[in-house]
Design a protein around this ligand. Structure first.
Ligand SMILES: Nc1ncnc2c1ncn2[C@@H]1O[C@H](COP(=O)(O)OP(=O)(O)OP(=O)(O)O)[C@@H](O)[C@H]1O
Ligand code: SF4
Ligand SMILES: [Mg+2]
Length: 374
């Protein structure tokens, strides 16, 4: 696993220790659809997406621009309604909750926005921004208690109590994102959607905010849905990753396994296009060409087929289901077996375990599972 280092050269172990495979999901997204526009020609922004997030887990959501990441993030928090499907929080369908019940739940479900400046009222001092968040949810009643809590929040995100008196324009981009984090934490949430929280920041500041998130997640046992284009950060911060393309899930896998051996051709192409691709991934992936098709008229069958180097006629016929291919690893591709065999073969050639065709099935088994007992 890569590490992200702060300016002072300290680093934190990023992968959440709290997420255990046996934990029940805190959030469950079931067959979620979100269409925009007219019924006749809808924009199919999210089309039948399912995944779960365990308590304490950080789940990464990646995919090219327009793949539906933010729409999922907003639907999960019920900031927008679903066209179909359900979002369950602790087993309860949040789409069916009354206004009052949802208002109470709102404090548990928070969002950190991409652009910290745009999400802060320029005329409000930071203390007032945090006080508003507290009073909306009936927390920290009374001025003394409120001031104490505001100071505590600012210190929690690496700012100082006196910063409460300043206005947003008096802060740097990184400090404003810290304020965004403090505002989300003010209401003691359990679950946070972080939608591209780093993309408006200078690279030098990004590492500090990443490490802040990793640190707070551990200290406060937070569950995160982390939306990002930056695959290095996703590899560092996330326990598992959902790969999205044109509103559909292509692959779900534990982070280390996804980055070491991506099973879906789209994941392979995405990772190969990252700044520091793994040599194995680079040697099997075919770079992505052209643009993502319009979600108004997605391709028939597999939505990735118009850009997939492995596409065959059958790929146009039916939408491949997302199926478990290895324990905890899901891929939506009818050619997964072939792709996996090719990956293993390339891996063996790279490690010089085989030099000749055809592939030796026993050698492959040994490579995957280790030598069997005599
Ligand atoms: N309010 C809306 N009305 C119509 N179409 C929308 C609306 N919101 C999103 N879309 C469309 O839905 C699709 C998914 O958008 P979304 O913003 O979720 O993608 P994204 O993966 O977050 O992209 P980015 O990486 O650029 O933030 C896009 O085609 C987008 O144009
Ligand atoms: S189903 Fe076909 S088009 Fe889709 S990813 Fe697999 S091989 Fe490519
Ligand atoms: Mg987005």
């Amino acid at each position: 696993m890569s590490t992200v280092t702060t300016g002072d050269d300290s680093s934190v172990a990023a992968t959440s220790a709290a997420a255990r495979p046996a934990d029940p999901p805190l959030i469950e997204v079931r067959r979620l659809k979100r269409y925009f526009g007219s019924r006749q020609r809808p924009v199919r922004a999210v089309d039948d997406v399912s995944f779960a997030i365990r308590r304490g887990e950080t789940l990464g959501l990646v995919g090219e621009s327009g793949s539906g990441k933010s729409t999922i993030g907003r639907a999960v928090l019920r900031l927008i309604d679903c066209t179909a499907g359900q979002v369950l929080y602790r087993g309860e369908d949040i789409g069916t909750l009354s206004g009052e019940r949802m208002r109470k739940l709102r404090s548990k479900l928070q969002i950190i926005f991409q652009d910290p400046y745009a999400s802060l009222n320029p005329k409000m001092r930071i203390g007032a921004v945090l006080a508003e968040a507290l009073s909306t949810h009936g927390l920290a009643r009374g001025p003394g208690e409120r001031e104490r809590r505001i100071a505590e929040l600012l210190e929690l995100v690496g700012l100082r109590a006196e910063h409460a008196r300043r206005y947003p324009h008096e802060f740097s981009g990184g400090q404003r994102q810290r304020i965004g984090v403090a505002r989300a934490l003010a209401v003691e949430p359990e679950f946070i959607v972080a939608d591209e929280p780093l993309s408006a920041l200078d690279v030098s500041i990004q590492a500090q905010v990443i490490n802040l998130l990793a640190d707070l997640r551990e200290r406060l046992s937070l569950t995160l849905l982390f939306i990002s284009h930056d695959l290095d950060v996703v590899e560092y911060l996330c326990d598992r990753v959902v790969v999205l393309y044109l509103g559909h899930v292509m692959e779900i896998a534990p982070t280390a396994e996804l980055f070491a051996r991506p099973l879906h051709p789209y994941t392979q192409a995405l990772l190969a296009a990252s700044p520091k691709p793994d040599p194995l991934v680079e040697s099997v992936a075919v770079p992505l060409k052209g643009d993502i098709p319009s979600p108004v008229a997605p391709p028939s069958g597999c939505v990735f087929r118009t850009r997939c180097p492995h596409a065959i006629g059958a790929c146009a016929e039916t939408l491949p289901p997302l199926e478990e291919r290895e324990p905890g690893r899901y891929s939506a591709c009818i050619r997964t077996e072939l792709i996996r065999t090719e990956l293993i073969r390339t891996e063996l050639i790279r490690t010089e375990l085989i030099r000749i065709e055809p592939i030796d099935a026993e050698l492959v088994d040994t490579h995957l599972t280790g030598p069997s007992a005599p």
